[in-house]
Write a protein that binds this ligand. Sequence first.
Ligand code: NAP
Length: 271
Amino acid sequence: MPPLDLDIGLGTSGLDDPDECTDTVAAALAAGYRHVDTAQMYDNEAAVGEGLARVFADPNRDVDREDVVVATKVHPDNLAPDDVRETARESLDRLGLDRVDLLYVHWPIRTYDAAETLPVFDELREAGLTDHVGVSNFTPDLLREAREILDSPIAAHQVECHPRFQQPELRELAADFDHRLVGYSPLGRGEILDDPALVEIAERNDTAPAVVALAWSLARDVVPIPKATGDHVRENLQAREFELSASDLDAIDALEPGDRKIDPDDAAWNR
Ligand code: NAP
């Protein structure tokens, strides 16, 4: 299997209205996105699948299944071996696909047991249901443990990452372990976009703060997966062409870290 080629992706958490989700995925692919991120938890895999199918079937769009990285994640409640097997197949059914490119462990909590859970991800990869195995929200120690247990290489580690939460240790580990770091909430859930430093850089360069934040991720070898709707979908793609100067990159690197936006101790994760 060739290494996973990951470009900026469309995040879909919060695309709860099925029609809006389908339209947004289709618009993103039409605009040039080739990576779509969903999860069992988002309850929108079917709507995501409809958006993909609409574009694959469109004779005016030259987008094939092989052109797009489709990623989903197994819910923390479904990480016992039989549940991984069963629910991964259900995810594929909802997505309308016979394989995904990347199947993640969503969060190593609740039913996660490294020795029990991870061999099933190998099994699903061997059976062709996913091309690659990913993990999300792992600590350095949990990453090391997973690498020892898995036969498959870890293709991607997905964690919160943005200019106010830069994940230096996990970025370094990604380089050492040769996996991609995928940055979720790359816009800090929209809450970092009025940061004076980002606003100043954006104004000086006649672009949007979101583009500055995403360009920082790309420059730091982090694959951002912004969730967006409407005009923001196309705007965010401008980050691919926008190059930050070395001094602007340094200024963003030096920003004070803020609080993480997704709290692992949140009751919603630890019921
Ligand atoms: P995010 O992408 O940082 O921020 C999304 C917010 O930013 C939305 O309110 C969106 O509003 C706004 N936005 C997007 N583009 C904008 C632009 N150009 N200008 C102004 N506002 C803009 O937050 P996120 O949804 O938490 O993270 C992104 C994706 O990461 C998720 O969708 C999901 O796929 C993934 N994720 C994974 C995990 C995990 O545990 N693995 C956790 C959280 C998220 P509009 O909708 O109005 O555009």
